[in-house]
Design a protein around this ligand. Structure first.
Ligand SMILES: [Zn+2]
Length: 445
């Protein structure tokens, strides 16, 4: 591994001319598809059924001949034939670590790593930490869940970089604030909603997050907020710190992509992941720059290769040169396909609504979205909190929020409910539930 050079953890890799980067991707793609075919029972069967062979790959585009997999494929094949299941391509004795998904959308799925997979995962995390400016003299609090969660071990990437690491995990807020005050760490990683709530709690506990703490950088992941400019700005103003968004998948790495100082999308580790974008209606593969479901092929993970994995995340990839000099493409994530709902033929993401709420000074920033059906038509309602000190009537505020949503999204909410400051119970430790989909319930009535 090369030594850090200026602002790059691995300058050669991060600034590789695209032609060479794509040549390396092609070489690894051929190898991993062959490896998957030879060692994972599922791929042998599925490629044979589709009439494709690893030797059919001559260019990166040839991956389009191969079948997709998704979360259901993982669920259906795990535990089948062996402990690690039919997508695994190595014997269990070669596996040193497994993470599992949260199971928020069904049975949790397990992601195995060989020693080499795990070391490369941590080197990628070191690269992201270095990219946001973490150095040896930083004190870093890793405030992510350590239980089964793939984001837990990311802290090793910070340790390998040489930072002083505090394994915070999901501590209660009071203890985390004690750490921020007593140890004066400079960087913290948590979810965007929790970064916001922790700042609010600090103020209520009598601290000034800008003066009493030394936090200069906040890493956020796990929710769309970090890629919403108004949300990032609100957290930055609260803490007097810079906010960087990271993006990970339990199926691959704790962070597969991360913002650089330009904050214009997240650089994805293209040496590990080949990105395609799939039209959510037609299933066609879209040209770079167009928005659709992101499909990832892992190029170097041998324990369980993912060939054309439909992530369920909606976004686009941008290959235009970035100001930072890195050549790896940048992804812009809009939200989860599961969370998208269609109102009057308009695709709406909760992140679009959040962006509007966080731009309005008249509300606290907390919100709850309800999606429901009336007369066989999908509708949405939004609940907000009036900022303390705001003297306008609830009716006037509701009208203002409704107009702002209509202007940004194109469709008005069916209603806006105004609560007093603190009236919504959406504030929770580390991960908030802010969308309630009532559509199935309405169907049953
Ligand atoms: Zn950049």
């Amino acid at each position: 591994m090369s030594a850090p050079d200026g602002k790059y953890w691995n300058k050669e890799l991060e600034t590789l001319p695209r032609e060479q980067l794509e040549a390396k991707q092609l070489e690894d793609l051929k190898e991993i598809v062959q490896f998957a075919y030879d060692h994972a029972p599922y791929y042998k069967r599925s490629f044979d059924e589709a009439g494709v062979k690893p030797s059919d790959i001559h260019t990166l585009k040839d991956i389009q001949k191969f079948p997709f997999i998704n979360k259901k494929t993982q669920r259906d094949t795990q535990g089948v034939g062996s402990f690690l299941g039919e997508l695994a391509a190595v014997p269990e004795e070669d596996v040193v670590f497994v993470s599992t998904s949260s199971g928020s959308t069904g049975v949790p799925t397990m992601s195995p790593f060989t020693k080499k997979d795990f070391d490369e995962f941590q080197d990628t995390e070191s690269r992201w930490f270095y990219q946001i400016g973490m150095r040896k003299n930083d004190r870093y609090v890793h405030a992510l869940n350590f239980s089964l969660y793939v984001g837990g071990p990311d802290v090793i990437g910070a340790q390998n970089l040489g930072a002083l690491c505090i394994w915070g995990g999901t501590l209660p807020s009071e203890r985390l604030l004690f750490i921020l005050k007593t140890y004066q760490p400079t960087i913290i990683w948590t979810s965007p909603s929790y970064a916001w709530q922790l700042g609010e709690k600090a103020i209520k506990a009598g601290y000034d997050p800008k003066k009493d703490f030394s936090i200069k950088k906040i890493i956020v992941a796990g929710e769309a907020g970090g890629s919403i400019d108004s949300t990032r700005k609100a957290i930055e103003d609260l803490w007097g710190a810079e906010v960087f968004d990271f993006y990970g998948l339990s199926d691959i790495f704790g962070a597969c992509a991360a913002m650089c100082e330009a904050k214009d999308g997240l650089h994805i580790a293209e040496n590990h992941i080949l990105v395609e974008t799939r039209d959510i209606h037609t299933g066609e593969i879209l040209p770079p720059g167009e928005t659709g479901e992101l499909v990832f092929t892992t190029l170097r993970k041998h324990a369980r290769p993912l060939i054309r994995f439909r992530t369920g995340d909606i976004g686009r990839i941008d290959y235009t040169p970035c100001k930072c000099g890195r050549t790896h493409g940048r992804i812009h994530i809009q939200g989860r396909l599961d969370d998208m709902f269609i109102v009057s033929a308009v695709n709406v993401f909760p992140s679009d609504i959040e962006a509007v709420i966080h731009e309005l000074k008249e509300v606290t920033g907390e919100y709850l979205i309800r999606i429901f059906e009336k007369d066989f038509t999908c509708k949405y309602a939004v609940e907000v909190e009036k900022a303390s000190g705001n003297t306008e009537t609830d009716e006037a505020l509701a009208e203002k929020v409704s107009a702002a949503l209509k202007a940004r999204i194109g469709v008005k909410p069916a209603r806006v409910v105004v609560h007093p400051d603190g009236g919504l119970n959406t504030r929770s430790e580390h991960k908030s539930k802010r969308v309630i989909d009532e559509r199935n319930i309405d169907y049953n009535i």
